[in-house]
Write a protein that binds this ligand. Structure first.
Ligand SMILES: [Zn+2]
Ligand SMILES: [Zn+2]
Length: 113
């Protein structure tokens, strides 16, 4: 049995799908994912994960990638307000995008000799 949810904004349930503003990829919402698996861009919409209580709405870019107990953790920085936020990698996240991002970050960290 399937019950269709009305298409109104309900702030306690956040399983809405969204379209990535950076690459246009249609992201299937699972209630807690908030970054695009394709280009890894996130959006500054949460105060606490999934609550969508933040009104900033700026795009968040990865500024650092770290490994925490075998899980990749992205550090996001909001391009609008500079807010920093950590986010675990999702199993569906594009490995190519992650690898490219790690390389980009690694290149940035390496000071020219
Ligand atoms: Zn994207
Ligand atoms: Zn922000």
């Amino acid at each position: 049995m399937q019950i269709k949810e009305p298409k109104t904004k309900v702030f306690t349930k956040n399983k809405e799908d969204f379209v990535c503003e950076n690459c246009g990829f249609a992201v299937a919402g699972d209630g807690y994912r908030n970054h695009c698996p394709h280009c890894l861009i996130s959006k500054h919409v949460d105060v606490n994960p999934g609550d969508r209580a933040e009104s900033c709405g700026g795009l968040m870019h990865i500024s650092d990638i770290a490994m925490d107990h075998g899980t990749l953790v992205f550090t996001y920085q909001c391009e609008k307000c500079g807010h920093l936020k950590k986010n675990k990698a999702h199993t569906e996240d594009s490995i190519d995008a992650i690898t490219a991002k790690m390389k980009e970050l690694g290149d940035k960290k390496q000071k020219p000799v």
